[in-house]
Ligand binder design. Sequence first.
Ligand code: DX5
Ligand code: ZN
Length: 231
Amino acid sequence: MGHKVMVELVPSILSADFAHLADEVAAAERGGGTIIHVDVMDGHFVPNITLGPPVVKSLRKVTSLPLDCHLMISNPNDYIPDFAEAGANWVSVHYEACPHLHRTLELILHHGMKPGVVLNPATRVDLIEEILPMVHHVLIMSVNPGFGGQEFIPFSLGKIRRLARMRNELGLGFRIEVDGGVAHDTITRVVQAGAELLVAGNAVFGAGQAERDARELLEMARAAEGAKAAL
Ligand code: DX5
Ligand code: ZN
């Protein structure tokens, strides 16, 4: 009833049919997706190649939802201006790919986009404490980045909980996003742990029923959130 909805479903187009991307995004949006997750891979930082600014530019023409660009690339600084130009709204970079993370986040801000930092499964959340005040979101990877449809790594739940605790202790307002293996069998637990931005690729697009599957996932997430609020 008066409960403020915080969880959002963030469909990841990685598992969409790229030949019908506009239709896929529209279906996910009808199903309740409110942010579109765009996985950028360079075949160097991760062992796979996907897409870059030209596709972001095309997506910009077919949706007004925020485009959440997850850069799984080496030397992200070199491409930030191009993503801004293409119409990206949120840009997240990997802690593991940024030797000068503070500078990279400044660059994203300077280009008018919302900066996020991403942690691989093996990276501790404590390592980003100092830069938390400047990020809009923190993305906890719950699989090793590179591919859709992988199995959720359970210890990610502990990282989400620790990050939520840090946010409380520090009195900050960044948002907590989770990415990898978020599906019908895991979404309740990630919401209970404290994640609010729920990236899902295979679970939304894998069966070719993006509207139906997005709606189901979002309903499960909201139920988990409601149960948590009632505690
Ligand atoms: C993985 C990507 C994810 C991917 C998630 O490297 O960062 O965004 O699309 O896919 P699922 O939801 O299928 O695990
Ligand atoms: Zn991603």
